[in-house]
Design a protein around this ligand. Structure first.
Ligand code: NI
Length: 151
């Protein structure tokens, strides 16, 4: 296992659309392991592969209820709203208010290639949506309600 350096805002890869994973290879399994280790080491609640320089649709999340690994995650359902503070390992020290769905259903595949469905509410919904945004090159500051002029 290895801890990656988390890329900071300004790196072009953070603004790219990541590519779907076509096949679960040993490299994808290693990526998942290293992403989880990097997330925990950085005391983050989620991490997306482009944040460590890998433009693939892979995320890891732990919003306090254990590790979730998702390959090719897709939001299939959302309900309600929540407004809360958000931050990101790629924007250290920055927090902004962001509106997200209160509840979300995400489908993807796990490390065994099996389909998985995650129901998230509150914090988990927020983190899942934040990480999936990263796969489309979207940063939370793009959605900030309290975005200062010029940012
Ligand atoms: Ni982030």
């Amino acid at each position: 296992m290895a801890i990656y350096m988390v890329l900071k805002a300004g790196e072009p890869i953070l603004r790219e659309k990541s590519k779907p994973v076509k096949k679960i290879t040993p490299n994808i399994l290693k990526l998942l392991d290293n992403m989880a280790e990097t997330m925990y080491h950085s005391e983050g609640v989620g991490l997306a592969a482009p944040q460590i320089g890998v433009p693939k649709r892979v995320i890891v999340v732990d919003a306090g209820n254990g590790l979730i690994e998702l390959i090719n995650p897709v939001v299939v359902w959302e309900e309600g709203d929540q407004i809360g503070k958000e931050g990101c390992l790629s924007l250290p020290g920055v927090t902004r208010l962001v509106k997200r769905a209160l509840k979300v259903k995400v489908e993807g595949i796990d490390r065994n290639g099996e389909p998985v469905e995650i129901l998230g509410e509150g914090m988990l919904s927020r983190v899942l949506l934040h990480e999936i945004d990263h796969l489309d090159g979207i940063l939370f500051i793009d959605r900030a309600l309290d975005r200062p002029i010029g940012h």
